[in-house]
Ligand binder design. Structure first.
Ligand code: 2HA
Ligand code: ZN
Length: 269
């Protein structure tokens, strides 16, 4: 079967990175059944002929996302499993094109696979990052890291900055690789715009947020680096839980040690 990737090496390389990360999400045990979803803005990788591709069907979006007009995204498919996205990304995801008014999309390649049910929330986050934050982030990645989700079951960790600071204090890398810390979004029904809007509020200050008792969502410039942020936070969560399982309270890096890192690596405050 012909694929849109056949004559576009840059797009093929991007989809290959997405498949690589989908494999990591599965291997980590963060992507049971169809858990998690990924969208990546691939507009800069598309060639002009993509505009002539026939669409399978046009679907209305639940709003107008002007900053994404005429943009293209790779999106994992609804109900699709990450372990199969890893093996066959174009059979478990699709390329969509947002229309010129930013209020609808069509699926243009390779197959007529409906995007993740979280698409309206992903699109609203991509739009927010570009229109309001003025950033060219390309990735939204949502997954269910067991250790991080476990920590959202403790009420005091849901207070602003508590969990983020605790995870920063486990290992220097976390302060450096996730410099904007961790946002917390109270429990909401998955796939709803309530959850999306509460997430967007946190994306004002953070690139990674925890959804209480559900999962993690990260925005980033690059799918590999977006995965790395979640992976590093998960490492911190494992160190914390390992110490607790061994029966002691971890000492944690001190505020002075973390502030020193911020100065040395010129991290945002
Ligand atoms: O796509 O993880 O939150 C499946 C989910 C929804
Ligand atoms: Zn989820």
């Amino acid at each position: 079967m012909n694929s849109i990737l056949d004559n576009n090496a840059a797009l093929a390389a991007q989809v290959s990175d997405i498949a690589e990360v989908a494999g990591y999400l599965w291997q980590r045990g963060w992507a049971e059944r169809n858990g998690g979803n990924i969208s990546v803005n691939v507009t800069e990788l598309m060639d002009k002929s993509a505009n002539n591709l026939l669409a399978f069907a046009q679907v209305q979006l639940p709003g107008t996302f002007k900053a994404l007009a005429n943009n293209f995204f790779y999106v994992t498919g609804t109900g699709k499993r990450m372990r199969y996205v890893a093996a066959k990304p174009m059979e478990n995801g699709c390329i969509i094109r947002i229309n010129a008014s930013g209020d609808a999309y069509d699926i243009i390649a390779d197959n007529n696979i409906a995007p993740t049910s979280e698409l309206p929330s992903h699109i609203s986050m991509h739009n927010y990052m570009r229109a309001v934050k003025g950033r060219n982030t390309k990735v939204v990645c949502h997954t269910h890291p067991t250790d991080l989700v476990a920590l959202t079951h403790k009420k005091e960790f849901l207070e602003p900055n508590v969990l983020g600071h605790l995870l920063w204090s486990m290992i220097p890398e976390t302060r450096i690789i996730v410099p904007l810390g961790l946002g917390i979004v109270p429990y909401n029904v998955p796939g709803t715009m309530n959850l999306a809007n509460a997430t967007i509020e946190q994306l004002d200050k953070h690139d990674v947020v925890m959804w209480e008792k559900h999962g993690c969502l990260a925005v980033g410039d690059d799918i590999i680096e977006t995965f790395d942020m979640i992976d590093t936070l998960s490492k911190s969560a494992q160190i914390y839980l390992c110490a607790k399982q061994a029966g002691f309270e971890p000492e944690c890096m001190s505020k002075t040690q973390m502030d020193e890192l911020a100065v040395y690596f010129k991290l945002p405050e």
